[in-house]
Design a binder for this molecule. Sequence first.
Ligand code: BTN
Length: 316
Amino acid sequence: MAASGSTSNDSLSGRGAGDGGSGRGTAATSGLGFAPGQVLSGPVDLRLSASLVGSRVHYLATVDSTNAILRSLAAEGEPEGAVVVADEQTAGRGRAGRSWFSPPGLGLWLSVLLMPRRPVRDVAPLSIVTAISVATALRRDYGVDARVKWPNDLVAGARKLGGILLESLQGAAGAVERVVVGIGLNVNLESSDLPADLTETATSLRILLGRTVPRLDVLRSVLDGLDEDWRLFEAGGFASFRERWLGLSTVLGRHIEIASGSDARADGAGSAARSRVVAGIAVGITPAGALIVEDDAGETTDVWHGDVTVLGGTDD
Ligand code: BTN
């Protein structure tokens, strides 16, 4: 396992010291209030209402990627609902092979192990469902105008607040048996914490609310919300979330361009030659989670993945 474990701080005792104080990511304040390296019980230690998601929570200080750690744990038989959450990622993974900026103590970098019982083709929209779930939790508990930019960006206004990275572990017969759902959420970053390439495009709860937010509270909110939404998804698939998506989408009714196909490049560099660009108005989403784009001639295309640019104005 690539976790570097508890090198930095942080045998903090009590939440106040962890993150409810300054909320800033110094070595002394970056913990969640538990000793890193512990396996926590969500319901007992974190006081989750959730019974499945977060039933076991591996809390680590510094890892390469929580998705990578959870994949390894899954291979060793980790049960469904297990969570890996880390204070810092040194090689956080983003969509399309990009990296994910994950500085210590300032965000929630976590992964959840789920075992879908739905047919393989129904599982991909789980990343959209997770974005809907997290946006809903943040709206409810923090009053921020969190929305979903198709497919699975969490945004506030035109800026990115978080993202979801789904990684499937194929079973022997090719069926998806286990899925690692990675969630990255910018919680207490300030503008000055962002690298130059993110200063114009990223935001955080801290920036939106003008105050620091205890990350443990956000973690509870996200895990409890996901537990509820996972059950809905298992029962009805994406169709159960379509109405919520319509209310949260930043692209519906907008003139957009989608470069799909760059996702296929493992190095994330994309390729004009291999990308397919679809342009038009986003007019809806199918019950299975594909974005419906209507071009000038009135032809519609169902798009399953890609990077969306909203044309003719800001994204908000
Ligand atoms: C995106 O590109 O929008 C997806 C970002 C996903 C980042 C999260 S942080 C926790 C988990 N571990 C990773 O390495 N990536 C995901």
